[in-house]
Design a protein around this ligand. Structure first.
Ligand code: UT7
Length: 329
């Protein structure tokens, strides 16, 4: 028995912010952002919080799966930008979906940009253990809450959004997982509270802001993606050349091209939609998956890998082999 994906969905806030829009408020340009990252726009929340985006992605996934929401008995939300320290975003999503009268486990987990894949692994384990039967696995972020718009080296990279898989134990797919962590005391990718000048940023000083050593993360990311893909394929007894499609965390097109070059894999096998959405952290992989599915890139019989990396430092991959006769993906 393995985990089948019954449906997927995504959601982004209503406000699309282009590189040119950002260039109006900070010292940057469309040319710089596109050349260094491949990003052209991102969606930034005005009023939506993480649970709102997670709820909308879940509703879209439930619609895609064509199942009765009352059959859901587990919700996991991967996020580094929860609505609050407590209750969990997953519990808020349960309430917003109107599912609070039914037995349902719900909790958040945080493995930064690898979070969705850790949530998928956790859902697989919970379902195999009999703790739940049919679950929503969500990656949801409002990173705009923790961006310092006076730091152009990070503010241009990230966007808000959410993605969701509806999963249950069934025939149809075979999943193999890999995850690793290298605890980092060097502060490569962190949030920290800064006493910023409120006249410049208009933010209260107690807000924790994202801080990143971009080049160190870049070097880590290239190694981490190659390692995760290689390890998950070894675990399953296949070669990386057997991968028909790779859905990587959408951080930077240069990272993805670097990995493709280094591993000798055609760039066409990698899904990329960061030009539109920017880096949405734990939401990026389910958003990219939903996009790939909508554009007809997923097919029965296909072997694909989802691969992520992020703060922690963490990195993870899930190999999904779709059966020839499946309708689950
Ligand atoms: O999910 C989290 C994952 N995070 C990542 O994957 C990030 C990985 N790292 C990167 O993607 C890249 O390191 C960045 C895109 C963040 C930066 O690109 P880079 O090629 O490493 O640029 P840099 O930091 O070396 O900066 C080069 C120049 C600097 O100016 P000087 O010192 O050469 O005059 C920066 O001040 O570019 C400047 N710069 C900018 N210029 C215009 C930095 N940010 C900007 C900007 N617009 N937004």
């Amino acid at each position: 028995m393995s985990l089948a994906i019954l449906g997927t969905g995504m959601a982004v806030p209503g406000r699309r912010v282009t590189n040119d829009d950002l260039a109006q408020v900070m010292d940057t340009s469309d040319a710089w952002i596109r050349e260094r990252t491949g990003i052209g726009s991102r969606y930034l929340s005005t009023t939506e919080n993480t649970s709102d985006l997670g709820t909308q992605a879940a509703l879209n996934a439930l619609k895609d799966a064509k199942i009765d929401p009352s059959t859901i008995d587990g919700i996991l939300c991967a996020t580094l930008t929860p609505d609050a320290m407590m209750p969990s975003t997953a519990a808020l999503i349960q309430a917003k979906l109107g599912l609070k009268a039914q037995r349902c486990l719900a909790f958040d987990l945080n493995a930064a940009c690898s979070g969705f894949l850790l949530a998928l692994q956790t859902a697989d384990a919970l379902i195999q253990a009999g703790s739940a039967k049919r679950m929503l696995v969500i990656g949801a972020e409002t990173l705009s809450k923790i961006l310092d718009y006076s730091d152009r080296s990070t503010a241009v990279l990230f966007g808000d959004g959410a993605g969701c898989f509806v999963v249950e134990a069934a025939q149809g797919t075979q999943m193999t997982h890999f995850a690793n962590t290298e605890g980092d005391l060097e502060e490569t990718l962190i949030t920290e509270s800064l006493a910023l000048n409120p006249e410049l940023t208009n933010h209260p000083s107690e807000v924790p802001y994202l801080r990143m050593k971009g080049q160190a993360v870049f070097r880590f990311a290239v190694k981490a993606v190659e390692d995760a893909l290689t390890q998950v394929c070894i675990k399953r007894g296949i070669s990386v050349n057997d991968l028909d499609l790779i859905i990587p965390h959408q951080a930077n097109a240069r990272i993805i091209r670097h990995v493709a070059d280094k591993m000798g894999l055609p760039i066409e096998r990698f899904v990329m939609n960061l030009e539109e959405y920017g880096n949405t952290s734990s939401a990026s992989i389910p958003i990219a998956y939903t996009h790939a599915k909508a554009s007809g890139r997923l097919r029965p019989g296909m072997t694909m890998a989802l691969v992520g990396f992020g703060a922690g430092l963490t990195w993870a991959a899930t190999l999904i082999e779709l059966k020839e006769d499946t309708t689950c993906y």
